[in-house]
Ligand binder design. Structure first.
Ligand code: ADP
Ligand code: MG
Length: 228
């Protein structure tokens, strides 16, 4: 009987996952469809080209997210954290520019390295940025997002912060749970995935949020010395 119950629960979470996945992909798909029709009608592909591309990129990101949730522990390599973040900052910068967000980016240099899977850590940062973007209210004009890297003992710390609306305690209490979302189009995969990835890097992931002030995420990744 227990087995049956477990099976039933598993099936429920699988169908929840599948429904969320389909829903998430349908949105950019219908945008793309619409813009292709528009560009044919107006004979002006240039006007819609960027939106179509960015919606396609979004679909790619969503697929990446869902796949990563079921992926085994990632392969990691030693990287200079300063250089790694340097390699992804242009993505963050252009996203912030598009969304009218002031970006504050500051990374500490260190002679040590961090063992990381580049695409996964990139995904963590982009997920956090996406959450901040989605959290900002339309009325808020002084939007700010900051990423700061610092060295603390044997860890490289990354503090990701926004000055958005923050979260209620009710929301904060439920954050760890997969599929928990307050958004109509949310999947509730973003933060559980970030946590999972950081855990697989033997790191720490912490969320702080104050209603009306903003949200801060602290990530700690273990530093290794060259000798290791
Ligand atoms: P999703 O983005 O699909 O809802 P997440 O796991 O990424 O799933 O986030 C879960 C919930 O946490 C969001 O629905 C939102 O309510 C809240 N949240 C996450 N990041 C922020 C943030 N920066 N500011 C305010 N609320 C946030
Ligand atoms: Mg999210």
């Amino acid at each position: 009987y227990d087995q049956l119950l477990l099976y039933k629960q598993q099936m429920e979470s699988v169908s929840h996952l599948a429904a969320g996945f389909a829903h998430e992909l349908r949105n950019p798909l219908s945008v793309i469809r619409g813009f292709i029709q528009l560009s044919a009608l107006t004979n002006n592909i240039d006007k819609y080209y960027n939106t179509i591309l960015s919606e396609l990129d979004r679909m790619n990101d969503i697929i990446d997210d869902f796949l990563s949730l079921s992926r085994k522990a990632p392969e990691r390599e030693a990287y200079d954290p300063y250089e790694f973040f340097q390699s992804i900052v242009s993505l963050i910068r252009s996203e912030c520019l598009l969304q009218n967000i002031k970006l504050d980016y500051q990374m500490a240099k260190t002679p040590k390295k961090v063992l990381l899977n580049r695409s996964m850590i990139k995904q963590v940062i982009l997920n956090l940025l996406r959450n901040s973007i989605e959290a900002f209210e339309d009325e808020q004009l002084d939007r700010a997002f900051s990423i700061k890297g610092y060295v603390r003992d044997d860890y490289y710390g990354i503090m990701v912060k926004d000055n958005g609306p923050g979260m209620e305690k009710k929301v904060l209490d439920q954050l760890g749970k997969p599929f928990f979302t307050t958004k109509e189009k949310g999947t509730g995969i973003g933060l559980p995935l970030c946590k999972k990835i950081i855990k697989e890097h033997n790191g720490h992931f912490e969320i702080q949020s104050t209603l009306g002030e903003g949200t801060t995420i602290k990530i700690l990744l273990p530093l290794i010395s060259d000798a290791d």
